[in-house]
Design a protein around this ligand. Structure first.
Ligand SMILES: CC(C)(COP(=O)(O)OP(=O)(O)OC[C@H]1O[C@@H](n2cnc3c(N)ncnc32)[C@H](O)[C@@H]1OP(=O)(O)O)[C@@H](O)C(=O)NCCC(=O)NCCS
Length: 110
């Protein structure tokens, strides 16, 4: 949970992808998946980037050497900018749920 001045302004989540599912996208890319969501009034301050970087730093210590994946719609420009800022690079693009989807991966630190 992302908190500011005592109020919840958003969440960052790290979940495990189910790679056993027959429709799992690029199962070779890793199991961990990053997700984020901020209330619109908290956009445009760098809070999502700060919170995601903290979560990714924690994950790098907890699970050294493991990559992290991320999915977003290509039309979601804020999310695409954030993904790039966090160091995710494109590994797959596909159509789903009526929209173009982007999959990125963040390689573990050397
Ligand atoms: C995706 C989402 C988290 C991005 O939020 P965001 O606030 O744009 O992301 P950041 O934390 O990277 O902030 C970047 C913005 O803060 C600005 N900013 C202001 N002060 C800043 C500071 N001190 N440091 C860094 N950035 C700062 C940047 O200029 C940038 O604004 P701009 O894009 O207007 O130039 C948000 O749009 C969201 O919750 N969307 C809905 C959920 C969603 O789409 N999730 C992804 C689906 S998988």
């Amino acid at each position: 949970m992302i908190e500011r001045d005592g109020a919840m302004i958003g969440i960052v989540e790290l979940k495990q992808r189910d790679l056993e599912k027959p429709d799992a996208v690029r199962p070779d890319a890793g199991k961990a998946e990053l997700g984020y969501l901020l209330l619109p009034r908290a956009w445009g301050h760098g809070y999502a980037a700060e919170a995601c970087e903290a979560v990714l730093d924690w994950f790098a210590e907890a699970r050294p050497g493991e990559p992290v994946t991320l999915f977003t719609q290509t039309a979601n420009t804020r999310s695409m900018r954030l993904a790039e800022k966090l160091g995710f690079t494109e590994i797959h693009c596909f159509e789903a749920w009526g929209a173009a989807q982007w999959m990125g991966v963040r390689a573990p630190a050397a």
